[in-house]
Design a protein around this ligand. Structure first.
Ligand SMILES: [Zn+2]
Length: 279
């Protein structure tokens, strides 16, 4: 379940505690957790961590050694977490990778992934470019409003599916798609092509507000999300519709929150999010 805000919180914590730290060793418990680049594992010891970036729901650690740079990219989507050593781990047998740092605030960064949806990739710069091009569309927090408007105008299909389509817009999953659409007053199944420019502009602003607010709250801890230091995200308390089926609409419209069962559940209020409301 980690989505963009959670991945951003993870990247921020690693940045604040490990930037510049030299890597002593990397332990990999099961080789199949490495999607790509396993044969380059021996390059990493002795390299130092130069930057930490988020792409979609993934976190990329950039290491440099002898002016060469390589990346460790961790997919957090679904069940993957990056945790510091001091954070107690449920089911420690699911720690599949340990990065051991020397003279750092955190001696160890672990990749924990109980269901192994998601992998690590060890990539050079060209490999990272290919990885990003294959997987990630426009980043909601990096895109200008005009880019977002043009992107939506060029697409067809249902709005919620589009918001969650990682190769179109990278980082939004089911929780934030539902929260954004409710606040924007847009039905999850509305056809993107029917939305006015004004509605898309408002959607963009609400999307940015929700994502920034969620990052400031440390993300949402639903099921198994913890930040690397073990803290839980508090944005769950501000969820208005996600997981609230049968509860009164928080807009006090008199309606109740409904759920569509689909590929991923849509939570919405039919009075506040009419299919006809597109202008
Ligand atoms: Zn309502």
């Amino acid at each position: 379940m980690p989505e963009l805000p959670e991945a951003e919180v993870v990247a921020g914590q690693i940045r604040s505690r490990l930037l510049g730290a030299p890597l002593g060793d990397v332990w990999v418990g099961r080789a199949d957790i490495v999607r790509e680049g396993f044969s380059t594992l021996s390059w990493y010891p002795g390299a130092s961590l130069q930057s930490v970036e988020r792409f979609g729901k993934s976190v990329a650690l950039r290491f440099v050694k002898d002016k060469v740079c390589r990346y460790v990219v961790a997919e957090l989507g679904m069940t993957g977490l990056l945790l510091f050593q001091s954070t107690p781990t449920k089911h420690p047998q699911h720690v599949h990778v340990k990065m051991l740092f020397e003279d750092a605030r955190e001696p160890e960064l672990r990749y924990w992934n109980p269901r192994r949806f998601g992998r690590l990739s060890l990539l050079d710069t060209a490999g990272l470019d290919r990885y990003l091009a294959r997987r990630f569309g426009l980043d909601p927090l990096a895109a200008a409003q005009q880019d977002f408007v043009e992107l939506l105008q060029s697409r067809r299909g249902r709005l919620k599916s589009l918001l969650m389509h990682q190769q179109v817009i990278a980082g939004i999953g089911n929780i934030y798609a539902n929260e954004i659409l409710f606040r924007a007053g847009l039905h999850p199944h509305v056809q993107v092509s029917r939305l006015s420019v004004a509605r898309v502009e408002k959607l963009y602003q609400i999307m940015c507000e929700v994502l920034h607010e969620a990052i400031a709250c440390g993300g949402s801890s639903v099921r198994d999300f913890f930040a690397p230091d073990g803290t839980e995200g508090q944005y769950k308390r501000r969820h208005l519709v996600y997981g609230k089926v049968g509860q009164p609409c928080p807009n006090h419209c008199g309606g109740v929150i409904r759920r569509f069962q689909g590929e991923r559940s849509a939570y919405f209020c039919l009075s506040c999010q009419s299919l006809r409301s597109t202008k």
